[in-house]
Design a protein around this ligand. Structure first.
Ligand code: C2E
Ligand code: MG
Ligand code: MG
Length: 764
């Protein structure tokens, strides 16, 4: 158990009081005893000694007077003296009797005096006879002498006893006095020592208290907020500084507790157990940043809270940090921040095959412009370039959130792609940058055309750490500069070759339509119940003069990055409509052609208009056209999807969700789309028979589709077993190599001559 100083001083003070009381009681007690002893001495023993002496003298006088009477025979004076002596003797004996308790001695004394009286009487009568018998008288005188001797002896004994009594009571008094003295001394020393302790601590306490009282004046004059809090965290005192700050933060001016951390109670608990009973916190109140130091004062049973408004300091710190990590002109993150973020990205766990790319973009010829037209123009152009780059990464560009933009000062910008899997993403982005720079920049009411020398570095190929990667990317950028600018260079030769190939391909694709290199293939869609052909999906192919037939997976992402895909999409739609119209006209008027709509096409506001125009120009009935959008495209912007689909649906066009199960459709959204069909993605159909999970997903999609009154078609059906399973699960239609691969239109026409398709094994 721990006692605070206040308790200790109080206890010591109580002990002093108790010791004082004990001392007083002892002094009183032993004083009484001593007083009793001295009273005995003065009131009894000393008078008794005096009486005894007087009695001895009187007795001797009687003897002397008898002798005197014998010799001088003066009867009258004898009688007078004798009467007086008898009186004195009686008086002294009576006083002696009262003072002494020993009665046996009194009896003896009384007897001796009675005997002396009788002898005296007899002597007097002998002496009073006419004829004095002198012999007889002398005999009596001898007897008187013997008697007075005896009386003196007894009196001497009594006196010896009284003396002994006096000695004893003197001893007792001395002992009592000594004991009192020792006790008084001991207790006085104890009281003195404890009083010293009490005095010392009281003085310290009083000094401390006075000091505290003086200190307590400080909060009043302190311009910083100071609060005193109860153990429960209630504000007991707030200085004028606190009220001033309260007005600054705009809180209710009466409630200074608004200045304290919102989780105050937890913090108070923490402060109690910290080593120095003190801790500080930073937090925000309104628009201000406050710092609060809380001090626990157990002896005062309260907390003191010292609050400072550190808003300006924080802002200054943040400004400093911002300046350290950002380019002064453009406000973009600078090289230092790129280095740190790159290092962090590279060290982040679980990269799992993800790549990281850095693009360094050096503006070509900027120095020439600055030399000629001045730094003002140079700065304006840098700002314009920064904005142009930002627009590439904004929400609607297709590169949204793929990269972060940096400016190194001077004329170098950078883009960091923190994680990607498609190997050509950096090149596509670089291409996009170059494409964006084809548009003129405006500064000082003039037009400028600027280009970039772009260096690309990819982790882990071009550097295992941030520094190496940046250094190598820098090398690549310088190589692009050496090549005359307006070009991109990858650090590794391998990537360079692929980039070159990719760029060539993209360049060719732009002209594929003009050069009549696009082909549309058709793949049958069949009713599961009776193997009847119900429609076909139009699938694009590119017949490249050198590389032969290229599948859409290879070139559609390229086309999607530029506006090429819009052109190609238009061509596909028109061609498919024309083709189906031709088949309709030959009697197969219930076949529906399904056309894939790309993300870029679907984003365009004029899609419904384009479809309507195409239908009217080709003459294909709207219900013989089906448009497929993938699940992920449908979920990109749900509002836009709903609007577009409703417009298309209103025309009577059929709609389906392609690759269903690969995106993250929300059922509630799906319900809101006016669609006709779900296309189960072929990745589930592939292992339908062997993988229980895929089978379950397929079954679930079928059930879901039916519950929403939709048809369900399974893609990629290759085996009889898959077909049997799908038929068993109630799937409506199928599409896949089992019934035929996608083929050109003329080959496809042969397929539906009989309308009921035999499965692939027998038909092809
Ligand atoms: P999709 O729309 O899901 O098309 C089905 C793909 O599966 C086609 O590949 C088709 O050839 C393939 N396929 C069909 N049956 C089987 C099968 O039994 N086994 C396997 N392994 N594959 C089968 P394709 O023609 O290479 O097209 C790939 C993707 O390219 C299409 O997937 C579609 O998203 C896109 N695409 C094709 N043509 C166009 C088009 O004209 N415009 C747009 N925007 N995208 C298109
Ligand atoms: Mg499709
Ligand atoms: Mg599909």
């Amino acid at each position: 158990m721990r006692f605070d100083i206040k308790t200790r001083v109080f206890s010591a003070y109580v002990i002093v009081l108790m010791l004082g009381a004990v001392l007083a009681a002892l002094v009183y007690h032993y004083g009484n005893a001593t007083l009793g002893a001295s009273r005995v001495l003065t009131g009894r023993d000393v008078p008794m000694l005096h009486d005894i002496s007087t009695l001895q003298i009187v007795t001797r006088s009687i003897e002397i007077d008898l002798y005197d009477y014998y010799t001088r025979q003066d009867r009258a004076s004898f009688l007078a003296r004798y009467a007086q002596q008898r009186n004195d003797t009686a008086h002294l004996l009576s006083a002696l009797r009262e003072r002494t308790l020993v009665s046996s001695r009194h009896h003896a004394l009384d007897g001796l005096y009675a005997q002396l009286d009788a002898l005296t009487d007899r002597f007097y009568r002998i002496m009073s006879a006419g004829d004095v018998d002198w012999d007889h008288a002398r005999k009596r005188l001898k007897q008187v002498s013997a008697s007075t001797n005896e009386i003196n002896r007894v009196l001497t004994e009594i006196r010896a006893e009284v003396r002994a009594g006096i000695d004893r009571s003197g001893m007792a008094t001395e002992t009592a006095v000594n004991r009192t003295r020792v006790l008084v001394l001991a207790l006085s020393i104890a009281i003195f020592v404890i009083s010293l302790f009490v005095g010392y601590h009281s003085n310290a306490y009083i000094t401390d208290k006075a000091e505290r009282r003086r200190l307590a004046m400080f909060p009043e004059r302190n311009p910083n907020p100071v609060l005193r809090l109860s153990l429960e965290g209630h504000v007991m005192f707030a200085n004028p500084g606190a009220e001033h700050l309260l007005q600054l933060v705009g809180e209710d001016a009466r409630d200074t507790s608004a200045l304290l951390p919102y989780d105050l109670l937890r913090r108070l608990d923490d402060v109690r157990v910290t080593e120095h009973s003190y801790d500080t916190w930073e937090y925000r109140v309104g628009s201000r940043t406050l710092e609060c130091g809380i001090h626990f004062l157990p002896d005062l049973e309260c907390f003191h809270a010292y609050i400072s408004d550190i808003t300006e300091r924080k802002r200054a710190q943040e400004d400093l940090v911002f300046q350290a990590y950002h380019d002064a002109l453009t406000g973009l993150p600078n090289r230092r921040l790129l280095q740190e973020q790159l290092a962090q990205t590279l060290h982040a766990p679980g990269r799992d095959g993800m790549r990281v790319a850095v693009l360094l973009l050096g503006l070509d010829r900027l120095n020439v412009i600055i030399d000629g037209l001045g730094h003002g123009i140079g700065d304006d152009l840098l700002l314009a370039v920064a904005m142009r780059l930002s627009s590439i990464l904004d929400q609607n560009s297709g590169f949204a959130d793929t990269a972060t933009q940096y400016c190194f000062g001077g004329e170098v910008f950078a883009l960091l792609i923190p994680g990607f899997k498609t190997s050509n993403l950096p090149i596509r982005l670089a291409e996009k940058v170059n494409e964006a720079m084809c548009e003129p920049l405006h500064a000082n009411a003039r037009e400028f055309f600027l280009t970039f020398s772009i260096g690309i570095g990819v982790f882990p190929l071009d550097g295992q750490d941030a520094d190496t990667l940046l250094r190598n990317t820098d090398t690549a950028m310088n190589r692009a500069r050496e090549l005359g600018g307006n070009t991109l260079q990858c650090y590794s030769e391998d990537m360079n070759a692929r980039a070159a190939e990719w760029l060539t391909l993209e360049n060719h694709l732009r002209h594929a339509r003009e050069h009549d290199e696009l082909r549309l293939y058709y793949q049958a869609q069949v009713d599961v119940r009776d193997n009847r052909l119900v429609g076909m999906e139009a699938l694009l192919r590119w017949e490249h003069p050198q590389r032969g037939l290229i599948l859409p997976a290879e070139f559609i992402p390229l086309a999607e990055e530029s506006s090429t895909m819009v052109d190609i999409g238009e061509w596909v739609l028109r061609t498919a409509c024309i083709q189906n119209k031709a088949w309709q006209d030959t009697g197969f008027d219930d076949l529906v052609v399904a056309v894939n709509i790309s993300a870029r096409q679907f984003q365009r506001q004029d899609l419904p208009e384009l479809v309507a125009r195409t239908l009217s120009e080709t003459g294909l009935p709207a219900d013989r056209l089906e448009l497929e959008i993938t699940e992920s495209v449908a979920m990109q912007d749900v509002n836009h999807t709903t609007t577009t689909l409703c417009q298309l649906k209103a025309m009577g066009i059929k709609l389906s969700i392609d690759d269903f199960g690969t995106g993250f459709s929300s059922l509630s959204y799906l319900k809101g789309f006016p669609i006709d069909k779900l296309k189960v993605d072929q990745s589930f159909v592939r292992n339908l028979v062997s993988d229980e999970n895929d089978a379950a997903i397929t079954r679930a999609v079928i059930t879901l589709g039916h519950s929403l009154k939709l048809k369900v078609i399974a893609e990629g059906v290759v085996t009889e077993a898959q077909l049997a399973q799908l038929r068993h699960d109630g799937c409506d239609e199928v599409q896949g190599y089992l019934y035929g691969e996608p083929v050109p239109a003329d080959e496809f026409a042969d397929l539906f001559r009989g309308r009921v398709l035999p499965v692939a094994a027998s038909s092809f």
